[in-house]
Design a protein around this ligand. Structure first.
Ligand code: C2E
Ligand code: MG
Ligand code: MG
Ligand code: MG
Length: 281
């Protein structure tokens, strides 16, 4: 009967919720120990300057190497880390590790390589954010201009005045600021002229369709024009084909990042990717 079916559906729903809750608990408690057990690692994805063909930057991307779960991608734990606040110590580890790595690469002649680090909303809300970034720059000796902080549009919807003040404090350190996943967030475009931002990163959902979808291509062309009119640089994310790269170059996009150029790789592999002729003696 329908009633019986309904009850079975409910039970199924309940038990799958239960499994989901258990999975969350399991990941949360494992996440609590992951820093101590040194299970986090950063991979680095190159960013190519389209006019010169040179690698000008890398984005640091977090990976969790769990002994049983294997390599856990950020989508499976960043949200939970955010909710539980664990993103704060994890993010601090990311910042220190990425800046120390960039400094090592500079010392080895991979200069002036820029390091992009993702900042989550919870990190952005920490009262000591600016001081903690200043401390990492001091400690590692990385020139501030070599650090780029990737922010998302979601940060700008709550208290705009407070966000603007914080961005100015960050800019005063000498670091660059970018808007990640641009075009996917729910926010007003007016922030673009009020906020001291340097770079827009076009979300890969637009870039992935520029070959076969005229509307998506029009959006990408418009974002590039918007960025340039506001004197911002623009990076296309998620470039997977030669055609996409050619399109972006033809439309004056500044930089590109994506599997077609390179997947995110461990530090040692990135070192090998670096062209010898780009090394500063
Ligand atoms: P994101 O910052 O937008 O990073 C770009 C994501 O796109 C990365 O996924 C990258 O591996 C992936 N990607 C790059 N090129 C391509 C491509 O050509 N095709 C496709 N399909 N994907 C491409 P990943 O590493 O899984 O990271 C996912 C998200 O997790 C990041 O998105 C970022 O929001 C977050 N995340 C990663 N590392 C950190 C971190 O250290 N801190 C914080 N707060 N968030 C992080
Ligand atoms: Mg990013
Ligand atoms: Mg992105
Ligand atoms: Mg993203």
């Amino acid at each position: 009967s329908a009633k019986k079916l309904g009850r079975n559906c409910f039970q199924f729903y309940e038990s799958s919720m239960n499994e989901e809750a258990q999975e969350r608990l399991r990941i949360e408690s494992a996440l609590r120990n992951a820093l101590e057990r040194e299970q986090f690692v950063l991979h680095y994805q190159p960013q190519l300057d389209l006019a010169s063909g040179r690698i000008v930057g890398v984005e640091a991307l977090l990976r969790w190497q769990h002994p049983e779960l294997g390599t856990v991608p950020p989508q499976r734990f960043i949200g939970l880390a955010e909710e539980t606040g664990l993103i704060v110590p994890i993010g601090a580890w990311v910042m220190r590790t990425a800046c120390a790595q960039a400094r090592k690469w500079h010392d080895a002649g991979l200069a002036p390589l820029r390091m992009a680090v993702n900042l989550s909303p919870r990190q952005f809300a920490q009262p000591d954010l600016v001081a903690s970034i200043a401390a990492v720059l001091e400690e590692t000796g990385l020139p501030p201009a070599a650090l780029e902080l990737e922010l998302t549009e979601g940060l700008f919807v709550d208290d705009v005045a407070q966000a603007v003040a914080l961005l100015h404090e960050l800019k005063a350190l000498g670091v660059a600021l970018s808007i990640d996943d641009f075009g996917t967030g729910y926010s007003s475009l007016s922030y673009l002229r009020t906020f001291p931002i340097d770079v827009l990163k076009i979300d890969r959902s637009f870039v992935g369709r520029i070959d076969d979808d005229a509307d998506q291509a029009a959006i990408v062309v418009s974002i590039i024009a918007l960025a340039h009119n506001l004197h911002l640089k623009v990076i296309a994310e998620g470039v997977e084909t030669a055609g996409q790269l050619a399109f972006l170059r033809a439309h004056d996009c500044d930089q590109a990042q994506g599997y077609y150029l390179s997947r995110p790789v461990p530090a040692a592999e990135f070192r090998e990717l670096w062209p010898a002729e780009q090394t500063v003696a």
